[in-house]
Design a protein around this ligand. Structure first.
Ligand code: ADP
Ligand code: MG
Length: 227
């Protein structure tokens, strides 16, 4: 008899060591954690505590030195490269502190890009992108060059890009780190609303802001995690 796991992710004794011998740094030490299917999970900890390392393991950009990470009960590090691409392009959507969109492209082109990469045709990609701009009341930015936007606008367009392929999981590394408090609240409100039917994982050091939004908190200290 099997007992299917009901959560989104499960980490079992995950360790991450950078370097070798005397210069080895144990960033994560036998971390075991689970993540629900929906809700907003915050990850807090001092600078250098391993928050981005943990996110990189979840996004599959990096793999654990020891231990396992399961996505819906499947070992993420045993995904075939085709499945890994699907996972990274369609299942997860990622937001960064410094946005990481193309300055020379328009907002529409930036938002369409992950859809085109997935092989969706131009017409369909454009239609879906425009729907998102309308839904988030950002129509006026559609044809604007990305580099001409304010920080707050940049992050809101970055969120549309993260959503274009309808991900189940939204992963954000310091999404409000470069924003003023008003724009931070706007982005957090949008992430909170998405967390009703998505898993949203937010790394932040802004505890006073995140505590108004988080459903669960993960705290990293000395390579260990408390929830
Ligand atoms: P945080 O996001 O919490 O600030 P990071 O996960 O970025 O922390 O980094 C945790 C520790 O791991 C830091 O000491 C950092 O210098 C080290 N580190 C991160 N990535 C690498 C790498 N690719 N090679 C070596 N050390 C790294
Ligand atoms: Mg970091």
């Amino acid at each position: 008899m099997s007992f299917p796991y009901k959560g989104m992710y499960r980490l079992v004794n995950v360790s991450k060591t950078y370097g070798k011998g005397n210069s080895a740094v144990n960033v994560l030490k036998s971390v075991s954690l689970s993540f629900p299917r929906v809700g907003l999970v915050s990850i807090l900890g001092k600078s250098g505590s391993g928050k981005s390392t943990l996110l990189n393991i979840i996004t599959g950009i990096d793999s654990p030195t020891n231990g396992k990470i399961y996505f819906l009960d499947k070992d993420l590090n045993r995904f075939k490269s085709k499945d890994k691409k699907i996972y990274q392009n369609q299942i997860i959507g990622v937001l960064f502190q410094h946005f990481n969109l193309f300055n020379d492209l328009t907002c529409l082109e930036n938002v369409m890009l992950p859809s085109l990469v997935n092989g969706v045709n131009k017409l369909e990609s454009k239609k879906r992108a425009i729907e998102l701009f309308n839904q988030y009341h950002l129509e006026k930015l559609i044809h604007q060059k990305y580099e001409t936007l304010s920080g707050g606008e940049k992050q809101r367009v970055a969120l549309l890009r993260a959503l274009i392929n309808k991900p189940q999981v939204i992963i954000a590394d310091e999404p409000t780190g470069a924003l003023d408090s008003q724009n931070s609240i706007l982005i957090m409100n949008e992430l909170k609303s998405l967390s009703k039917d998505h898993l949203v994982i937010v790394v932040t050091h802004n505890e006073s802001l995140i505590k108004q939004y988080e459903d669960y908190r993960i705290y990293i200290e000395n390579g260990k995690v408390s929830k």
